[in-house]
Design a protein around this ligand. Structure first.
Ligand SMILES: Cc1cc2nc3c(=O)[nH]c(=O)nc-3n(C[C@H](O)[C@H](O)[C@H](O)COP(=O)(O)OP(=O)(O)OC[C@H]3O[C@@H](n4cnc5c(N)ncnc54)[C@H](O)[C@@H]3O)c2cc1C
Length: 510
C-alpha cells in the first residue's frame, strides 16, 4: 500500500464541499499543512445553481467548488480526488486510508463529509431530485414562485414544508400519502389555502424531463414541481471506529460539536452539513472557516504547551534532563523531521553488543527502539525481536530497514507508550537505550525489568541510557541497587561482563 509518509500533516479534511474547502482555505492561510480528500459528490450537485449565497448568487455548485479548490491550492493546501475508506486513531493523531491505497497521517481530523438525503421510494423522485423535486424553499422557492407545487406527505416534516412553501405560491397541494392529518394540521393547511389530496402516491409524472404531475392510481394531479421532506443523515459510519456517532434529530442525524466545531473525540472536528443538517452553502462555508480557526488555535496551544514543557525540562545550563514528558506527537514530528536521517543511520549501541554478544539468542524486547538499529542488530544475530516505540513514524522506518536487512520475519514492531504499555509476553532479553518515558527514569527501569521472563533459563536485562544525567548500569537495574525495586534474578547464558558499569552515557538515537 502506497503511503504519504513524507510528512505528518497538521490536518486532513475529509470532504471537499463548501465546509471542507472553506476550512482548508483558512488552515492553509494559517500556514498549516492541510490535505482535503474529496469524493466529488457535493450534496447540491444535482442543482444547476447555488441560490442565496451573497456575492455568488446563481453560480453553479460545481463552479463554486472549482474556485474553492483553486483558492486552497493558491496557499499551498493539497486536494486529493479520492475517497476516505478508513480512519483510525494513531499515536500522532489519525491515520486516514484512501480508496486509492494512499495512507495519510494527520495531527487533527476535520469531518466535512456532508449528509445523505434519504429520498422516499417513489418512482420519479430520484430522477428529478434537485431539479423538479425540491426540499428547501430558500434554495428553490424563488424559482417555483406562483407555480403549482405538490408536497409529498412521506414524513411528518412534510407538513412544515407545505406551510413554508405557501409563502412562495398560493397553489400548493398537500398529498397525504403515508400521513394521517390531525384536525389541527388539516385546519392549518386549509387556512393557508393549501389543497389536500388523500391517498397513496404511485409515481411522479415526468414530461420532457420536467415534473408534470403526481399520480395516485388512476388519478393524476397536475403540478410543476414537488417538494419532499427527506431525513437528512450525516455521514458518520466511517468514523465509528474513532468514537464518532450520529445524534438523532427530528429531521435526521448529525455530529454534535461545541461552538468551535470540536467533537467529543479529542482531535476530531466537524463542520457543514455533517454537524448542522440545516446549513446552506453559506453557513457550511462559515462553519468551515470557524472550525479551522478552532483547529489552528488548538494546534498552537498544543505546541506551546510542549515548548513550555521542553523549556522546563532543561537544566539551567540547557542540558536536557531525563525527566522528559514528550509525547507521541513530539516524537512523531522528530522522526518525520530532518534529524531522522542521522538518527536512523547510527551504529548499534556498543554496550548492547558487548553485553549480549556471548548470549545464546532467544526472545528480545527493545523498549524505545526508534528506527530499529539495535532491534535489527539483535535480529541479525538470531534473536526473535519485538521493537516497541511511541513513534509510528520511527517504526515505519524501522520496518523498512528490517526488510532491507532481510530480517523482517525476525522482528515485530509495536507502537506503544512504554510508560503505560503492558506487553503480552515476557522476554529473555529486555534492552532499552534511548527511551524518554513520561515517568521517572528509575520507575521506567522497574517496568522494563518486570518484562524479563522470570523463569527463563537465561534471563537478562541489558540497559544503557542516553545523556549525561541519570545514567544507570545494567547491573544496578538488575539488582535494584540503583533505587529500583527490581529484585528479579539475572541468569545469563554467559556471565555478564565483570564491570559493574555496563552502560555508559550515550548521545544520539538509533
Ligand atoms: C438539491 C439541493 C440543492 C441545494 N441548493 C442549495 C442552494 O441553492 N443554496 C444553498 O445555500 N444550499 C443549497 N443546498 C444545500 C447545500 O447542498 C449544502 O448546504 C452544502 O452542500 C453543505 O456543504 P458541506 O460541505 O457540508 O457538504 P457537501 O457539499 O455535501 O460536501 C461534502 C463532500 O464530502 C465528500 N465526501 C463524503 N464522504 C467522503 C469520503 N468518505 N471521502 C472523501 N470525500 C467524501 C462528498 O463527496 C462531498 O464532495 C442544496 C442542497 C440540495 C440537496
Amino acid at each position: 500500500m502506497a503511503e504519504h509518509t513524507d510528512f505528518l500533516r497538521d490536518v486532513v479534511v475529509v470532504g471537499g464541499g463548501a465546509a471542507g474547502l472553506s476550512a482548508a482555505l483558512t488552515l492553509a492561510r494559517a500556514r498549516r499543512s492541510v490535505t482535503v480528500v474529496d469524493a466529488g459528490q457535493p450534496r447540491n450537485a444535482p442543482a444547476d445553481a447555488v441560490h442565496g449565497l451573497l456575492g455568488l448568487e446563481g453560480l453553479s455548485p460545481l463552479e463554486l467548488l472549482v474556485r474553492g479548490r483553486q483558492e486552497v491550492r493558491r496557499y499551498g493546501g493539497e486536494i486529493l480526488d479520492d475517497e476516505v475508506v478508513d480512519v483510525s486513531s494513531a499515536s500522532y493523531g489519525f491515520s486516514v486510508v484512501l480508496r486509492g491505497g494512499v495512507v495519510l497521517r494527520a495531527r487533527r481530523l476535520l469531518i466535512a463529509t456532508g449528509l445523505v438525503d434519504e429520498l422516499p421510494d417513489i418512482p420519479g423522485v430520484r430522477e428529478q431530485w434537485g431539479r423538479g423535486v425540491l426540499h428547501c424553499p430558500y434554495c428553490h422557492g424563488w424559482e417555483v414562485r406562483d407555480r403549482r407545487i405538490g408536497v409529498l406527505g412521506t414524513n411528518p416534516m412534510a407538513l412544515h414544508k407545505a406551510i413554508l412553501f405557501s409563502q412562495w405560491s398560493s397553489d400548493v397541494v398537500f398529498f397525504t400519502h403515508d400521513l394521517q392529518l390531525e384536525g389541527q394540521e388539516r385546519a392549518k393547511l386549509e387556512a393557508l389555502g393549501v389543497a389536500i389530496v388523500a391517498g397513496r402516491i404511485s409515481r411522479l409524472e415526468i414530461e420532457d424531463d420536467h415534473v408534470s404531475g403526481v399520480r395516485l392510481g388512476e388519478t393524476v394531479v397536475a403540478v410543476d414541481a414537488v417538494v419532499v421532506s427527506t431525513p437528512m443523515v450525516a455521514r458518520t459510519e466511517l468514523f465509528a471506529g474513532i468514537g464518532i456517532a450520529a445524534t438523532a434529530h427530528p429531521a435526521g442525524a448529525f455530529i454534535e460539536t461545541d461552538a468551535s466545531g470540536a467533537t467529543s473525540v479529542p482531535g476530531v472536528w466537524a463542520a457543514g452539513n455533517s454537524s448542522n443538517i440545516g446549513a446552506q452553502v453559506g453557513a457550511a462555508a462559515a462553519a468551515g472557516a470557524l472550525t479551522a480557526q478552532g483547529i489552528n488555535t488548538d494546534l498552537i496551544m498544543k505546541d506551546l504547551d510542549r515548548a513550555v514543557a521542553a523549556a522546563a525540562a532543561s537544566s539551567t545550563d540547557g542540558t536536557p534532563t531525563m525527566e522528559h514528558t514528550f509525547d507521541h506527537e513530539y516524537w512523531d514530528q522528530i522522526w518525520q523531521g530532518d534529524r531522522v536521517t542521522a538518527m536512523g543511520n547510527s551504529q548499534a549501541n556498543p554496550h548492547l553488543i558487548r553485553e549480549t554478544g556471548n548470549l545464546a539468542p532467544g526472545t528480545a524486547l527493545d523498549a524505545g527502539c526508534g528506527a530499529g538499529t539495535e532491534a535489527i542488530w539483535l535480529a541479525t544475530h538470531g534473536w526473535k525481536v519485538t521493537g516497541a516505540d511511541i513513534a509510528s513514524a520511527a517504526l515505519d522506518r524501522a520496518a523498512g530497514r528490517a526488510a532491507d536487512a532481510g530480517v523482517a520475519d525476525q522482528v515485530q514492531w509495536v507502537q506503544a507508550d512504554l510508560s503505560t504499555w503492558e506487553p503480552d509476553a515476557q522476554y529473555d532479553l529486555v534492552t532499552t537505550h534511548y527511551a524518554h518515558p513520561a515517568m521517572p527514569q528509575l520507575d521506567f527501569y522497574d517496568r522494563t525489568a518486570s518484562w524479563v521472563a522470570p523463569e527463563a533459563p537465561s534471563s537478562s536485562l541489558a540497559t544503557s541510557t542516553a545523556g549525561p544525567v541519570g545514567t544507570i548500569t545494567s547491573t544496578e537495574v538488575i539488582t535494584g541497587t540503583a533505587g529500583t525495586s527490581t529484585d528479579r534474578p539475572l541468569r545469563p547464558r554467559q556471565p555478564l561482563p565483570t564491570s559493574p558499569h555496563a552502560s555508559i552515557p550515550l548521545s544520539g538515537r538509533s
